[in-house]
Design a protein around this ligand. Sequence first.
Ligand SMILES: Nc1nc2c(ncn2[C@@H]2O[C@H](COP(=O)(O)OP(=O)(O)O)[C@@H](O)[C@H]2O)c(=O)[nH]1
Ligand SMILES: [Mg+2]
Length: 244
Amino acid sequence: MDSKQRVIFIVPCYNEANRLKIDSFLHFFQNYPLISFCFVDDGSKDDTASLLKHLSEQNAGQVRYLQLVKNQGKAEAVRQGILSVSNEFAYIGYLDADLATPLSEIPNFIKIIEQFPDLVLVAGSRISRMGAQIKRYWFRHYFGRIFATIVSQMLKLPFYDTQCGAKLLKANVASQVFKEAFISPWLFDVEVIFRILKTHTDAAQSIYELPLHQWEEQGESKIKLKDLLKVPIELLKIWKKYQW
Ligand SMILES: Nc1nc2c(ncn2[C@@H]2O[C@H](COP(=O)(O)OP(=O)(O)O)[C@@H](O)[C@H]2O)c(=O)[nH]1
Ligand SMILES: [Mg+2]
């Protein structure tokens, strides 16, 4: 590894062969040779594994590939990715494979975390506003607003959007926070924040929500209605485990 490669993004992939925008990634690799990626195939049943293997072989200096034999869910795929790279980078992020958060947002995450030395987490935030292009399905937007209101009460923090799939952490904090398995496969971001707060009580200094310029729902969500119905129960479980 080039010692200048200080940042890596984990990309969890489950049956993403048709959605992966390989050209966008290749273009980004060329423009940002010092930013690495670790793609985690989470036991996909389509061609994701061979696609990612090829991509990592062709871009060996910048791309890693981790294969989980069995499908274990997004939280565990991100966790395994983070644990596999822990000590080599200064910052570790994660990003959804569908590029709902486009790669063009990545430099902003790095700029902010490098600018404010006390920060341990920069979280993408899908705030619809003039001058930004945030395109979400109305149902998910309103569901998300209710969810975010409840979660911000739980955290006692004015978090606008805990669930955006793009986040960047200080590597030493990431390896600490991702050490233990999560209890929730989809709401693990909330657990990440609770775990950070245990050791970083001054949340205002440690966590930064970065309003994205662009975010677009990519359809074919792997979150099904039954996952949404489980949200209240999962939140209760999280509340029980992490309340302090
Ligand atoms: N590892 C893993 N990742 C998954 C699974 N389901 C979805 N993902 C990944 O999680 C990310 C978000 O999934 P997506 O379907 O776009 O969810 P949405 O955008 O929140 O509706 C993508 O990178 C998926 O490949 C899964 O079962 N296991
Ligand atoms: Mg998506």
